[in-house]
Write a protein that binds this ligand. Structure first.
Ligand code: SF4
Length: 416
């Protein structure tokens, strides 16, 4: 039968887990290692200790997308303290969610988490969906990975997960050197994860595989000597015993044509050892952007300095967060032109004349978002009196430095 578009041709045995006895042994070794060595993370304690609060795993999984465990722990603890149940979260305002999320990045995650909690409470009678398929279908912000993690860890469904750690481990275990970010290879890895997951302890198995990637099979210098599945690892075998024979046999692909081997133009590099795997096509460079920012400041009635912040639109980058008044600049403007653009912007917004020369250039701040290399050109403008703002434009408020740090502002604005 013809393969579906984008699917990979059948792969040679070297990339499969085709021996049931070996698969069973691998599962056993990995789970035994996990039972002994797993890190004590707050969401693990809660999942084990309180079956009524399974939403906590969901919160941790959403926070952990694109973010390191060490950063997440503190946010997670504060979040669970504030909203220990889905019912409590469903009643929170977006402003409260953004305030707690401030600094964690990818702000739409918090917003969607709260929308999903509302949906569970109002449309699903407070009952979380229990299979990966339903979780992904019914809850906003829950993708394939998060659905698999919740279904396997909280509800015991024998379904696999694929995240960055799992990709690395599977690619090394089975010498997969084709572009691991291509949809066809990702699909292949999902099939593999689903086939490999332990049937009786799927949640622990998935966590073990991710934990192995996070602590042993790490990107740059994996600790193969301490690895619980080293005897099943084909990248390690290749490192120890050299390249496969040029004539393909059941174990090795040999040269050319295999959809999962490294491309012929980038063959195995023996100086890299197991870190030959995984491989990714080169990343697109983030695009450069420049934004002029104005810190308007005045002396408040209690003598403390106050700063004006405005709220961003409720969709798009950093939706609903607060920032100093800002305007995107065309590239390659001279300093004087930047100053004029900013003065025009402030003038349109306040309805009062703003003289470009009154803006004081403070300096530049760079912040890297996932896809944008953003430079903020920072100005300040001290004000004597108040400034009345058109209420039809974005909401705005004056804050002290302390209030600023307690508001829903992005890390980029804190740098500013
Ligand atoms: Fe990763 Fe090394 Fe273990 Fe293979 S032996 S899975 S490369 S840590």
């Amino acid at each position: 039968a013809a393969l579906p578009a984008g699917a990979l041709a059948p792969a040679p045995a070297q990339h499969l887990f085709s021996d049931p006895a070996e698969t069973e042994a691998l599962r056993g070794s990995l789970l035994a290692w996990y039972d002994k060595c797993k890190r004590d993370l707050p969401w693990r304690t809660l999942v084990r200790g309180d079956s009524g609060r399974r939403g906590c795993l969901w919160v941790s999984e959403i926070m952990l997308q694109q973010t390191q465990v060490a950063t997440v722990i503190d946010y997670y603890n504060r979040w669970m303290q504030k909203w220990p149940t889905l019912q409590a979260l469903a009643q929170a305002s977006l402003e409260e969610v953004n305030t707690l999320w401030a600094g964690l990045g990818y702000y739409s995650r918090g917003k969607r988490l709260q929308e999903a909690a509302r949906k569970v409470v109002s449309e699903l009678a407070g009952r979380m969906p229990r299979t990966a398929e339903d979780l992904q279908k019914l809850l906003p912000g829950v993708g394939r990975y998060t659905a698999g993690a919740i279904a396997s860890i909280s509800y015991g469904q024998a379904t696999g997960v694929v995240d960055g750690n799992v990709i690395r481990v599977l690619c090394r275990l089975r010498c997969i050197g084709a572009d691991s970010s291509s949809p066809a290879v990702i699909d292949w890895l999902w099939d593999m994860a689903n086939a490999l997951v332990d049937r009786s302890r799927p949640g622990d198995f998935n966590q073990a595989l991710m934990e192995l990637g996070a602590t042993v099979c790490v990107p740059k210098a994996p600790l193969c000597g301490e690895c619980p599945v080293k005897q099943h690892c084909r990248a390690r075998r290749r490192k120890l015993f050299g390249k496969p024979t040029p004539v393909p046999d059941v174990e090795d692909c040999g040269v050319g044509g295999c959809p999962l081997c490294p491309p012929a133009t980038e063959p195995w590099d023996s100086s890299l050892g197991v870190t030959n795997f995984p491989r990714k096509a080169a990343k697109k460079q983030p695009r450069a952007a420049r934004t002029a920012v104005c810190v308007l400041e005045r002396r408040g009635c209690h003598g403390a300095m106050e700063y004006l912040i405005v709220q961003r639109p409720s969709s798009g980058l950093l939706a609903g967060l607060w920032e100093f008044p800002s305007v995107l600049l065309a590239q390659s403007l001279q300093e004087e032109e930047q100053r004029e653009v900013l003065a025009d912007h402030l003038q349109a917004w306040t309805g009062q004349p703003v003289v470009p020369g009154a803006l004081q250039l403070i300096g530049e701040v760079v912040h890297i978002f996932s896809h944008i290399h953003q430079t903020y050109v920072v100005y300040s403008l001290p004000l004597d009196g108040d400034m009345s703002l058109d209420p039809a434009l974005s909401p705005s408020r004056w804050v002290t430095e302390e209030m600023f740090h307690a508001s829903a502002v992005s890390t980029a604005m804190k740098k500013v």
